[in-house]
Design a protein around this ligand. Sequence first.
Ligand code: ZN
Ligand code: ZN
Length: 335
Amino acid sequence: MPVLTDVPDPTCPDDGVVLAVGATGLCRSDWHAWQGREPVSLPHIPGHELAGTVAEVGPAVRRWRVGDRVTVPFVCGCGVCEYCRSGDPQVCPQQTQPGFTGPGSFAERVVLHAADVNLVALPDSVDFVTAASLGCRFATAFRAVHAHGRVGAGDWLSVYGCGGVGLSAVLIGSALGARVIAVDVSASALARARELGAVAVVDTSREHDPVAAVQTITDGGAHVSIDALGSADLAAASVRGLRRRGRHVQVGLLHGAESAPPLPMDLVIARELEIYGSHGMAAHEYPAMLALVVDRTLRPERLVGRVIALADAGAALATMDRPSSPGMTVIELPH
Ligand SMILES: [Zn+2]
Ligand SMILES: [Zn+2]
């Protein structure tokens, strides 16, 4: 079991900051790491969806001051490689990820590297709990729906898997005017998806052919489809359920036996389908998303379920393989 304990305060890197954590989300990726599916060095501090106040600033940092309220993408770019320089730090080969490549934010203090590239200023109206809920699942879903999926008003968007990232995609898609179909095995997850804007649902505990169901509802297939869970079957179903010229976005992480889905590449040719992977979102794309949060087009706080204390984080992490209370769990720290 993960335990709460005292460790030495982190040292501030020259190009980074030490952040006083205000809130940090509990994500299934943290659970995967705890299960040994992500390489982390032990002992380890999880946590990669975070927001807080800058407490210490390295001498090479230009843009940030002690006291600034910020959040950060879960993928931090190095800031100097060709990918970072062309605006794609989310795929930086030297990327750092708090909670994976180093100690994370289930802590009072966390180090963030290359602060000038990676930190995002928080508008005053966005509190730390809401901001932490944006960090990984919401931002990844936003990039999947908006940048990769390019959904337009009236488009059909099918979302396979209604956990944190799937429900984020449902909320974002419907806020952007898409007609969203939620696909899941859980009736309560589907009910939540309807509350967040889904106009139709497919319950795979009763409907054995979700692809046919999606094609019937959409009269020919979805314009955009997302596997938000990370399953070989759902990834393949998502591609099969697309309309001609449709776009599949793989958001759910694929591990082990699930890592190589049998995708119907014949349909990819015949229907001219597009397939994308979505791996977080660059800091420079956050202001556009935050503007939609500030003007209330997007209401990510609707996805937050429980707010817990740091002392309860270990137990909450350990139960992430079981169905829990709906919505994202966010850890709030005194600030
Ligand atoms: Zn880089
Ligand atoms: Zn995450």
